[in-house]
Write a protein that binds this ligand. Structure first.
Ligand code: GRG
Length: 294
């Protein structure tokens, strides 16, 4: 199967798993579950779950990696819902649809995000109950990545930096934590599921891969925000500049950001080669993300 077909196939499998795993829309309270489904099924690229699945396939072990993939998409979608709120980035559009608080209301969007955060950990603890030795590392990796020194910390510094002249220290902190941390967790969870838990040498390479890919992904996100239209992106374009965000484009311009994205991608590719295993799909995925259009 060629890469694009494999990618579409994985996206469909992930969408089906999310649909199966999330409470039905009619579950009480109906409004909350409709809001959760509105945001989860609005059409994200599923980059994080695909990364979990492809990292787990480097050293196939027969473990179910889909539940971990679904749990990380729950965390990611919660972060998007909260990021769009008026108190944060105040965005009306997400994944080509009205953002959660626009389609519903602010209180419902806050609660939908809260519920998705809890759901991620419930999924890990329920779905891996037949392999209890996997639960603690998976929960630890995800909780750390979502926490106050990673995803939430990155978001905090991102908000604090709004309107000030970006500097390298802030930019590095925000990008490593707001974006990099979850991608690191994807690779680490995938490797643990692929039987590499306890293999610190491989895990270190995996974390480096995740971080380089996260920084490439963020550089691309900054570039796309500055160069594409709202229709193309399915979210508000040029919102970074409008909000005075600490972005790579604001710091060093479009051309330099493009160069950085390429350099981080090359780093990620070389870590993936060094890890070895059945890495053909992962190598194609890393290269593909550099050329994404949204
Ligand atoms: C509210 C705790 C909290 C965190 C918010 C998600 C986020 C952190 C901020 C959104 C803005 C931003 C540039 C985040 C960096 C990560 C990123 C590029 C998110 C968008 O991810 P995609 O492109 O989105 O994978 P889809 O919709 O395809 O899943």
């Amino acid at each position: 199967m060629n890469f694009t077909r494999q990618l579409n196939d994985l996206q469909e499998k992930i969408n089906r798993a999310l649909d199966f795993r999330l409470p039905a829309p009619a579950t009480r309270p109906r409004r909350l579950h409709e809001a959760i489904r509105h945001s989860v099924s609005a059409g994200g690229k599923r980059v994080r779950p695909i990364l979990v699945l492809s990292a787990s396939q480097l050293f196939p072990s027969g473990n179910n990696a889909m539940s971990a993939a679904v749990s990380i998409e729950c965390i990611h979608t919660y972060s998007l819902i909260h990021d769009d709120l008026p108190a944060m980035d105040n965005s009306d559009l997400r994944r080509g649809q009205p953002s959660c608080h626009k389609a519903f209301d602010e209180a419902t969007a806050i609660l939908a995000g809260d519920a998705l955060l809890a759901m991620a950990f419930e999924i890990l603890s329920v779905d891996y109950s037949d392999q209890p030795d996997l639960i603690a590392p998976l929960v630890r990796i995800l909780a750390n990545a979502a926490g106050s020194e990673r995803l939430v910390g990155g978001q905090m510094e991102d908000l604090l930096a709004e309107g000030s002249t970006p500097n390298t220290d802030t930019l590095k902190y925000v990008h490593e934590n707001k974006t990099g941390a979850l991608l690191v967790a994807c690779v680490e969870m995938g490797l643990c599921l692929g039987g590499k838990r306890g293999n610190e040498e491989v895990l270190i390479l995996g974390r480096r891969l995740g971080m380089s890919l996260g920084l490439a992904f963020q550089a691309m996100d900054d570039l796309l925000d500055a160069t594409r239209t709202t229709e193309e992106l399915g979210k508000d374009a040029e919102s970074d500049a409008a909000q005075g965000k600490a972005t790579s484009v604001a710091f060093c311009g479009i051309e330099e950001t493009r160069i950085k994205a390429k350099e981080y991608t090359q780093e990620a590719l070389s870590f993936a080669r060094e890890i070895g295993g059945e890495n053909e799909f992962l190598l194609e995925l890393i290269a593909y993300l550099l050329n994404r259009k949204k």
